[in-house]
Every structure is written in structure tokens, then in C-alpha cells.
Design a protein. Structure first.
Ligand code: SF4
Ligand code: SF4
Length: 423
């Protein structure tokens, strides 16, 4: 991975043209030079030249980046700004440490699936025992902080049972032609099990034997916060179990996880990490490139649009496959939205750290969606689903938000394959 010590060549490539301003969602909302790529490059250069220190302000400005890569894509010199920002965050974490809460999340919670499941269970009980209703009714969180109350409203409903606990480890259809592992990611596992069932349903119907090994968080929250050691520890665990599964491909339904799994080859040295990363494919790319995908013939008579997750379009170069799959849905009409690949503002936990800013970015996305007249917005990242649902709800919009797998699963006659649930 890029370090600040090796970054000087990349920094020199910035010609200060300002091309990044036009595409940076943060600059679009704030017009602040320190938020845009050029400003960040200037700051990192100043630090390397000993002109500024790793101050709390510097830390704040480095945190203020969605890592959406829009600037990299639009840069005539291809300055890897997201990698430089990540390197700066690692440097800051190394020098100053990370917060107590983050440390516990990355080093204890995410490294232990039992603890993570327990935390999800507590979230479920909070939402379903009446405690959440009481907290909201009494305005308790608002009394502590208005911001905290808004963030609490962003959290989606936690599933009663995690997805992976509801399915067998190996799922075989009638005539499997390829064996693939499914990396479910934490959001599908704990929040959107319906996406998981839809992924399995579509894969099974298209000749895929699906293996769902024991797995851990992909590590992107830790890496994005500068805690490379925790991210690497999670990567090693995932590489080990998925390598043992002996599969032809590793499928993800989450753009952010997929992008991170590809990056394991940079994070961990050795052939095993490269072998693992080489097998990672987004769900849409896998259906398009690796199997003879056939949708069902049940019509979905809706006007739909598509949001490109940053980590799918720019992180993994997947753009055409989801559109082709959506257009193939019988009875569906597709309408491209304006700025389909502009970040929705979710960006991992950015929406929790900077709620108001993230919400402003999200509202632009909501406007672009609504202008298409579509009744459905499809995407390929649970984190984007969470954010887009939240901003559309604020507008009281009737537009549905759905993962591509759920849309494709709807084309098959009958219910999604529920008999695959284990016990
Ligand atoms: S577009 Fe690239 S070269 Fe131009 S200012 Fe931004 S980072 Fe520098
Ligand atoms: S990665 Fe995205 S948010 Fe960060 S500077 Fe570049 S365009 Fe702006």
C-alpha cells in the first residue's frame, strides 16, 4: 500500500489544474478548497516538507473524504488521491493512535463474530422491545445532541437472525456447472438478509454451487480509519477460509467489500492473497461474465433507474454488467439518471461521522432519482441502499430501493427459494 514516504512521486504529478473541483461531492456542497483533492495534496505536501504538523485539524481534513475516487477518475495525471488520503490516515493513526471506541470496534468486535452477533442482537432488541420507540418519543437523544438523534434515525432495522445462520454452508441446485463462494458482507448478514436470499436464489437457478464459508468483516472500516493492522488481520482470516473452500470464484454483493477484497493483494504479501483477490467478482459481473445467466419470465412492470456505487464503478470498473442485467428484466423500462455515478454520501461510516454533509450529498442523489420518474432505484451496495433509502424517506418519496439481486430474483415464478434455509 502507498505510504506517505513513497508518495512524493504521486504528489508531484498534481498540476494544480483544479479539474477535481468539478466532480468532488464534498467540494460541490462546501466550495472549500481544503476538502477537494488539490487542497488535500497541498496539505500532505506541506506535512512532508515539515511545514504543518499532524494536528487535529489535519486529521479532520483527512477524514473529510468520501474515498469515492471521482477526483482520480477525472484527474488528467491520475493522482491516486484516495490512496494518499488513506496513507495520511495511517500515518496519523500510527502517530496519534485511534479513538478508544474505534479501537474496540476494529480490534475486538470485528475480529470476533460471536461479539459482533451479540452486538447485532442487542441492536435488534433495542429496535423491537419498544426501547427505540420510547427513546424517540421522549426525544432523549435530542436532549443529548441533535446530531445523535439524526444519526440514530439513519440506522436501518437489524434482522432478527443473521443471514448466514439461516442458510447451509453449501447450497447446490439441480445441475451445478460452477462452484463459487459467497462473501456476504456484514450489512447483508445482519441487516439485509433478503439480499442474501436473493443472491443465493439467482445463483442457484443459474447452475452455481454456492459455498458460504465462515467469514469476517472485509476490514474496510479499519483501513479507512488508518488501522492497517486490524484490516490485515481480518484479511488473513478471510483469505484462509476462502482458500480452503477451493472455489472457482468469490462473489460479493457489496461494492465496498468487493473493492476491499480485491485490495487484499496489496495489503498482504504472497501468492495466497493474490490468488484470493484474483477470484473476487461482483455479483453482476459474475452473472454477466462467468455463467450463462437467464432471467425468469415473470414481468416486473416498473420504470427503474440505477445508482453506480463508487466502489463498483471506479473501485472495480463494473459499469455495464448491472445495466445489461436490469435491461434484461422482462416488462421493465430503464431510465438512466443524471450523475448516476456521483457518490450518494454513504461512504462507509462517513454518513455517521458527518451526518449533515452526507445528507446534503444524499439529497442531490434523491433529486436525480426522482427526476427520472422511476418507481424503483436499483444498486449494488447495501451501504448505498441504506443511505438512499434514508434520503428518499426524508422526502417522503414512494420510490423503492433494491439490490440488483432482489430485482433479478423477482423475475422467477414462485417465491424465492426459501427451502434453502437451514433449520
Ligand atoms: S485534477 Fe488532478 S492534477 Fe488537477 S488539481 Fe486535481 S489532483 Fe491535481
Ligand atoms: S475521493 Fe471523492 S471526496 Fe475525496 S477528494 Fe476525491 S472526489 Fe473528493
Amino acid at each position: 500500500m502507498e505510504t506517505l514516504a513513497t508518495a512524493s512521486e504521486a504528489l508531484k504529478r498534481c498540476s494544480k489544474c483544479g479539474g477535481c473541483q468539478a466532480v468532488c461531492p464534498l467540494y460541490g456542497e462546501t466550495q472549500a478548497e481544503s476538502y477537494v483533492a488539490r487542497g488535500k495534496i497541498f496539505l500532505i505536501k506541506s506535512y512532508l516538507e515539515g511545514k504543518v504538523e499532524l494536528s487535529p485539524k489535519m486529521k479532520e481534513l483527512m477524514s473529510l473524504c468520501l474515498l469515492c475516487k471521482a477526483c482520480v477518475d477525472n484527474c488528467p495525471n491520475k493522482v491516486p488521491v484516495d490512496q494518499l488520503v488513506l496513507a495520511a490516515r495511517r500515518e496519523i493513526a500510527g502517530e496519534k493512535g485511534i479513538s478508544f471506541i474505534k479501537k474496540n470496534i476494529f480490534q475486538n468486535l470485528l475480529q470476533n463474530n460471536g461479539n459482533l452477533s451479540l452486538a447485532a442482537r442487542m441492536g435488534y432488541l433495542y429496535q423491537h422491545s419498544g426501547a427505540q420507540g420510547l427513546v424517540r418519543k421522549t426525544g432523549l437523544l435530542k436532549l443529548i445532541s441533535d446530531d445523535l438523534a439524526k444519526k440514530e434515525g439513519l440506522l436501518p432495522k437489524v434482522a432478527r437472525h443473521p443471514f448466514r445462520r439461516q442458510v447451509p454452508r453449501v447450497i447446490t441446485g439441480s445441475r451445478p456447472r460452477i462452484r463459487a463462494a459467497y462473501y456476504t458482507g456484514c450489512l447483508t448478514n445482519y441487516v439485509y438478509p433478503g439480499t442474501g436470499f436473493a443472491v443465493v436464489d439467482v445463483l442457484k437457478r443459474n447452475g452455481v454451487e454456492i459455498v458460504i464459508p465462515e467469514q469476517w468483516c472485509c476490514g474496510i472500516p479499519a483501513l479507512a480509519s488508518g488501522d492497517e493492522a486490524s484490516a490485515a488481520a481480518l484479511a488473513r482470516r478471510n483469505i484462509e477460509t476462502f482458500t480452503r473452500a477451493g472455489v472457482d470464484a468469490i462473489i460479493t454483493d457489496c461494492a465496498s467489500c468487493g473493492s476491499m477484497l480485491h485490495d487484499y493483494a496489496d495489503l498482504i504479501e504472497g501468492g495466497e492473497a493474490r490468488g484470493f483477490a484474483g477470484k473476487v467478482m461482483d455479483f453482476s459481473q459474475f452473472l454477466n461474465d462467468a455463467v450463462d445467466f437467464q432471467p425468469g419470465d415473470r414481468e416486473v412492470p416498473l420504470l427503474a433507474t440505477y445508482h453506480d456505487p463508487c466502489h463498483l464503478r471506479r473501485g472495480q470498473g463494473v459499469y455495464a454488467a448491472p445495466r445489461k442485467l436490469i435491461r434484461g428484466v422482462p416488462g421493465l423500462e430503464f431510465q438512466e439518471m443524471k450523475e448516476a455515478d456521483r457518490c450518494c454520501g454513504a461512504a462507509g461510516s462517513f454518513n455517521l461521522s458527518y451526518y449533515d454533509l452526507s445528507n446534503r450529498i444524499g439529497k442531490r442523489k434523491a433529486k436525480n432519482i426522482q427526476e427520472t420518474g422511476a418507481g424503483l432505484v436499483v444498486t449494488g451496495c447495501p451501504s448505498c441502499i441504506m443511505q438512499i433509502t434514508h434520503v428518499l424517506e426524508q422526502e417522503q418519496s414512494p420510490v423503492q430501493v433494491m439490490h440488483l439481486a432482489e430485482l433479478l430474483s423477482m423475475t422467477y415464478a414462485g417465491e424465492a427459494d426459501c427451502d434453502l434455509r437451514a433449520g
